[in-house]
Design a protein around this ligand. Structure first.
Ligand SMILES: [Zn+2]
Length: 292
C-alpha cells in the first residue's frame, strides 16, 4: 500500500514536470514566432498626425526617428515592434522641435535606456521641449547636433548619411526646412527620412548634389503641398513612398502632393489608412518588402 502511494506521488510529479516543460516550450515558441525579425526592419509607426519611425537593425540596434505627438501612442506602438526584453534604444533622432515630432520622445526617454540623442541643433522655448531637454539631462544622455556631412556607420553594410540641415539653414527662421534629413543604406536597399523638410530644403539638397536616389521615401511634412516637389521626386525616384499622417486640419496629405507622387510612379502607403507599416529587409542581397 505504501509503495503504491509513493509510486502515485512520483507519477503525479512526473506529470507535473512534463506539463511545466511543455508550457515553457509553448510560451517560448509563441514569443519567438511573434518576434521573428528580419536583419533590417523599418517601422513607420501609426501615432496619429506626426512622425515616429523605428529602425531595427540585427534585432539589437534601434534608431528611433521622432516620437510623434503622444507618449502613450508611441509607447504602445513601440511595444509591438521592439524585440521582447530589449529596453535599449541606441539612438534617437529628433528631426526638429515641433510637437508632432518630439512630444512622444519625452516618455520614450523616461521608459527606455537611450544611448545617444541627435538633434538638428535648434532649441525651442516650448515648455514641452524644455521638459524633453530636462529629461535628457536628468538621465545624463549625450545630445549632439547633426547635419549635412554627418555620418553614422553601424557595421560595414549599414550606414546613415545626413544631408540636412546645412550651415546656412541654422540661421533660417523656417523650422521645418531645418529638419534632420537622413539617408539609410543597407546593402542595396535605401531609405530617405525627411522630417518636415519643404521645398527650400529639397532645393538645397539638390543644389548640393546629395545622393538622393532611394527605394523608400518617408514623404516630407505628412504630404504637405509645400514638400515633395517634382524636382525632388525626379532625384529621389522612390519605388515606395510612406506618408506618416493622422487626422488633421491642414489637409495632409494634399491632393497636389498625392498627384506628384502618383505621377512619379511611386507606390503610396499611408499610416492613417494602413496603421503601422513595417518594411522588412530579409537579407543583404534581396529587396525589402513593405508589410502592414
Ligand atoms: Zn510634422
Amino acid at each position: 500500500m505504501k509503495l503504491f502511494y509513493q509510486n502515485k506521488r512520483i507519477f503525479i510529479l512526473i506529470v507535473l514536470l512534463i506539463f511545466l516543460a511543455t508550457s515553457i516550450l509553448l510560451v517560448e515558441k509563441a514569443i519567438y514566432q511573434n518576434k521573428q525579425f528580419a536583419p533590417l526592419e523599418v517601422s513607420f509607426l501609426d501615432i496619429g498626425q506626426g512622425d515616429a519611425t523605428l529602425i531595427n537593425f540585427q534585432k539589437n540596434y534601434q534608431i528611433l526617428i521622432d516620437g510623434g505627438p503622444s507618449g502613450k501612442k508611441v509607447l504602445q506602438e513601440l511595444a509591438k515592434v521592439m524585440p521582447t526584453f530589449d529596453n535599449k534604444i541606441e539612438i534617437i533622432i529628433s528631426t526638429h522641435p515641433d510637437r508632432d515630432h518630439f512630444v512622444g520622445l519625452i516618455d520614450v526617454v523616461k521608459k527606455y535606456d537611450i544611448g545617444q540623442i541627435l538633434i538638428n541643433g535648434q532649441q525651442s522655448d516650448d515648455e514641452l521641449w524644455q521638459e524633453f531637454q530636462a529629461e535628457i539631462a536628468r538621465k545624463n544622455i549625450q545630445e549632439e547636433a547633426v547635419g549635412e556631412g554627418s555620418k553614422l556607420n553601424i557595421g560595414s553594410d549599414f550606414q546613415m548619411t545626413f544631408f540636412n540641415p546645412d550651415k546656412i539653414e541654422k540661421n533660417r527662421k523656417a523650422k521645418n526646412d531645418s529638419s534632420v534629413v537622413a539617408r539609410l543604406d543597407y546593402s542595396k536597399n535605401s531609405f530617405l527620412f525627411t522630417g518636415d523638410a519643404g521645398f527650400d530644403a529639397e532645393a538645397d539638397m539638390i543644389f548640393d548634389h546629395e545622393n538622393l536616389d532611394v527605394d523608400y521615401l518617408k514623404v516630407g511634412h505628412h504630404g504637405s503641398r509645400y514638400s515633395t516637389s517634382k524636382f525632388f521626386l525626379a532625384r529621389v525616384t522612390p519605388l515606395w513612398s510612406i506618408i506618416s499622417v493622422g487626422e488633421n486640419d491642414y489637409g495632409h496629405p494634399t491632393q497636389e502632393t498625392m498627384d506628384r507622387l502618383q505621377k512619379s510612379g511611386s507606390e503610396i502607403f499611408r499610416t492613417d489608412q494602413l496603421g503601422t507599416i513595417t518594411v522588412k529587409c530579409p537579407d543583404k542581397q534581396k529587396s525589402c518588402l513593405p508589410l502592414h
